[in-house]
Unconditional design. Sequence first.
Length: 256
Amino acid sequence: MNAPNEMAPDKDKKSITRWLLDHKAILLIVVLITAFAVHFVTLLNRAVAKQRAINQLRHIGLAAINYSSGAAGNFPMGGTTDQAGNPQHGWMTTILPFMKQGILAEQINYDKPWTAPENEHVFKTMIPAYLNPEIHDPLTNSKGYALSHYAANPHVFGINKSANIGTIGLAGRITNTILMGEINANYPAWGSTKNMRDPAKGLNGGPDRFGSPSGEGATVIFVDGSGKFLNKNISPLILKAISNPTGKGPVPPNAF
């Protein structure tokens, strides 16, 4: 009497197996569509992240370019020192008025270094425009100073010196000289006088190079204000050329 009930599970298993075999084509299509959708969303998220990085970095780049539109035509100095060589202020401090941070800039005692107690409250203030929206930590260093997720090209922003936009133009390098880019490690305080990295070292990230959170390359802004994501596998020769604002002749636009 119990035999039919004991066989029921086997029938159910066979029915499920038969249904799966009958509908394997449909199931395969569903799996493929799901995989494609996941891949598409991943690519879309990467594209959105790259565009967001370009927009964020362009805001900073345009502030530096607007600063260079002054009578001298120079970009901000990467960092300044006193006569004894002690660090004073960095380039991100110089462009504060062009970043709609004029009120903050007015609170700085420029006769004292950025690390002086009198200036501490200013440089511990986080500036959202100096932070990559894709990076959520860290935002401050161990001393509480607010960080930057972007760095400048030292060939344009030097210590106690800076490149002249007119000179760069005469060299034909306005559209193909890196001005600044994103970084993914060893984040400096935005007030630091050492917030520069040489693009020619590479774009694969790390403590002294440009690099994106993904590690695939880096978003950079050029002297003309245009932005682009450069792959980390870019030719070292091309990367060296577009890092130098006074090189001879333009770099072909299709070279990178």
